[in-house]
Design a protein around this ligand. Structure first.
Ligand code: C5P
Length: 276
């Protein structure tokens, strides 16, 4: 059996630069990953199967359009393979929440199949599969700190901040990525600046916060509560939302903030983690 973690993706910043003719948006984003995620287990089998378990299993319906089974099928097609595989997805993180979700699951499936069939991680066919599965899948395939450009698939590695404590908070609303992008006001506010990762991130923004808040006003409450927490170095929404996060100076400050947030909003989903 091969096990892979679908590390949660966070966008420390996301600048939307232009609407493209193909329906996507040209963007610049700072990708980082947290040390928590869904778990994928793959075992060679007589027949294909796909089982979803875990706290957020019920949020997913049918397997026809699941990115995990699409990743499996695309990988086999691209590499000319036939063998069946039993896949179990342990869904630990909320779906449609701006932290990778299906993209990270698809990327973990590709990594697992690559390991099973001794495919090199740099194989252009593997990267092609990732690009076809979604804009964030190439970043999730590597799960490394990177600047993403194009629709998010063009990556340049950056020095990360491993071990930085991070608190993730989701107020329990699922947002459609396409709908949030559709609400972008069309104003290019410029590129992400230069410097080290944290100063670039602090000076940058997430241009999708405004359209996401228009769809789910509670996101503004999450951001302002996180901003009031002592030791929070950077507070932002991730991707198209609704998950927001705060980076902290210390694990203690992160734990203290988690206590305050969970006491005030016992219904919100919280995760204390650290950057990879
Ligand atoms: O690439 P992916 O399938 O994950 O994207 C989901 C949707 O998000 C797209 O159909 C598109 O509406 C929107 N999107 C976008 N620009 C991007 C990435 C995603 O408009 N760079």
């Amino acid at each position: 059996m091969i096990e892979e973690t679908a590390w949660a993706k966070l966008n420390l910043a996301l600048h939307v630069r232009a609407r493209r003719d193909d329906g996507y948006h040209a963007l610049e984003t700072l990708f980082v990953f947290a040390r928590h995620g869904d778990q994928i287990a793959l075992t060679p089998a007589e027949a294909d199967s796909f089982t979803i378990v875990g706290p957020f299993a019920d949020s997913l319906t049918g397997e026809d359009d699941n990115l995990v089974t699409r990743a499996r099928d695309l990988f086999r097609e691209r590499f000319g393979l036939r063998g069946a595989v039993a896949i179990t997805l342990d869904k630990q993180l909320p779906v449609a929440s701006g932290i990778g979700g299906g993209s990270a699951d698809a990327a973990a499936t590709l990594r697992g199949l690559a390991a099973m069939h001794m495919v090199d991680m740099g194989d252009p066919r593997l990267i092609d599969c990732a690009e076809r599965l979604g804009s964030d899948v190439p970043a999730c395939l590597r799960s490394m700190t990177a600047l993403g450009q194009g629709r998010g698939e063009t990556l340049s590695a950056l020095a990360g901040m491993p071990g930085t404590p991070v608190l993730l908070v989701n107020p329990g609303v699922a947002l459609s990525t396409g709908q949030v992008f559709d609400g972008w006001d069309g104003i290019d506010r410029g590129p992400i600046g230069k410097g080290d990762l944290i100063s670039r991130a602090v000076q940058a923004r997430n241009d999708l916060e405004k359209p996401a808040i228009a769809l789910a006003p509670v996101i503004a409450d999450v951001l302002s509560l996180l901003e009031r927490q002592p030791g929070a170095r950077l507070v932002r929404m991730s991707g198209s939302g609704a998950t927001c996060f705060a980076l902290f100076d210390s694990a203690q400050a992160c734990a203290d903030a988690a206590s305050v947030v969970s006491a005030a909003h016992p219904d919100w989903w919280l995760l204390e983690s650290e950057l990879l």
